[in-house]
Design a protein around this ligand. Structure first.
Ligand SMILES: [Zn+2]
Length: 359
């Protein structure tokens, strides 16, 4: 079993401002850590060189008007929202990020690797058909999923475990019954959407599942959500491909959020996802990097945990240095586990109308 990693040094070039949370150090520290751990020399790892997405591929997700705006703003510098500037040269990097996700899927579909991790920047899951938002410009995971649909994939599961609700991805596939979108995210938090009663519309009704989580949610509660919602519904949906919007801002040191996941928790979640892919769709799985802003204390370890789980390596030793782990007690909240149980019961009840596994 080989695991692909998509990376390009151009992913380090994008920067809105040096103090913006979505900055180049997010990947720079990770690359150092992965190099130190010998990941790039491991025979189970295949490094994949991305190519820019084709315009026709991004136009299956975004409007021509928005893409033309991005292109023009990228020449002069521009502005989308308070958090999301368009720095000069953005368009080329954003197309390389979307193209990186496609290339990862292509390698998996062609059997060159069993699964893959597209370690791309900028992230994508808040980008909607007609606009960017929340540090995102082109919805990388959505572009990849549309690419897969064009190649005959009829049932694709998107699991978005970023700490923020994947509102862009939800909107893109809200009326689509070929894509099951499941999001776990902190609530309250930007962008403020992702309530359990948002279930999809028209043919897509029942194919959007939102599981909002309280601040302080820990590894154990995430695994509970896997056991009670994600795994049973995935087994009923029978995806032909699993895509993961792999945000890493659920980590207990993340400066923008309040969740309490550890690097080991990330590795465990990815192992569960890999096991699902092995059971349901010949291992076909691509994780696409979304957020994650704890550049020194989290990302080097969470990225390592994700890659180790994808490649079937031993994950029992994945953990942050002790000095960092001591901060966990400030984040973990006792009340969170009961709140998560209540939310899971609510989600299962709402979705029992659509999925027999919840009845
Ligand atoms: Zn996020």
């Amino acid at each position: 079993m080989k695991t692909g990693i998509v990376f390009h040094k151009k992913y380090l070039e994008h920067e809105q401002t040096p103090t913006h949370p979505e900055r180049r150090e997010r990947l720079a520290y990770t690359i150092d850590q992965l190099t130190e751990e010998g990941i790039f020399e491991d025979e189970r790892i295949v490094l994949i060189n991305p190519e820019p997405a084709k315009e026709e591929d991004v136009l299956r997700v975004h409007t021509r008007e928005y893409i033309e705006f991005l292109k023009a703003a990228s020449k002069t510098g521009g502005f989308i929202d308070f958090d999301t500037n368009v720095p000069v040269g953005l368009f080329e990097v954003a197309m390389l990020a979307a193209g990186g996700a496609i290339k990862a899927a292509k390698y998996v579909v062609e059997g060159k690797v069993r699964n893959a991790f597209a370690m791309v920047r900028p992230p994508g899951h808040h980008a909607k058909p007609y606009t960017g938002a929340g540090f995102c410009y082109i919805n990388n995971v959505a572009v990849m999923v549309e690419w897969l649909k064009r190649r005959g994939f009829k049932r694709i599961l998107i699991l978005d475990w970023d700490a923020h609700h994947g509102d862009g991805t939800q909107e893109i596939f809200y009326e689509d019954d070929s894509v099951l979108f499941i999001s776990t995210h902190q609530m309250p938090l930007y962008p403020g959407t992702g309530y359990p009663h948002e279930v999809g519309k028209g043919r897509g009704e029942g194919y959007t599942i939102n599981i909002p989580l309280p601040p302080g949610t820990s590894d154990e509660s995430y695994l509970y959500v896997f056991e009670k919602v994600i795994e049973p519904v995935a087994e009923e949906f029978k995806p032909e491909f699993i895509a993961i919007s792999a945000g890493q801002d659920n980590h207990f040191t993340d400066p923008l959020t309040g969740l309490a996941l550890t690097a080991r928790g990330y590795a465990e979640m990815m192992k569960r996802a890999v096991d699902l892919a092995e059971k349901l769709c010949k291992g076909r799985l691509v994780a696409v990097l979304e957020g994650g802003y704890s550049v020194e204390s989290a990302l080097p370890y969470t990225n390592l945990g994700i890659i180790a789980a994808l490649a079937g390596m031993d994950i029992s030793n994945i953990r942050e240095p002790a000095k960092i782990l001591s901060e966990l007690r400030w984040r973990k909240r006792d009340y969170a586990s009961q709140k998560v149980r209540d939310t899971v019961a609510e989600v299962r009840s709402i979705h029992s109308k659509y999925w027999s596994c919840f009845r």
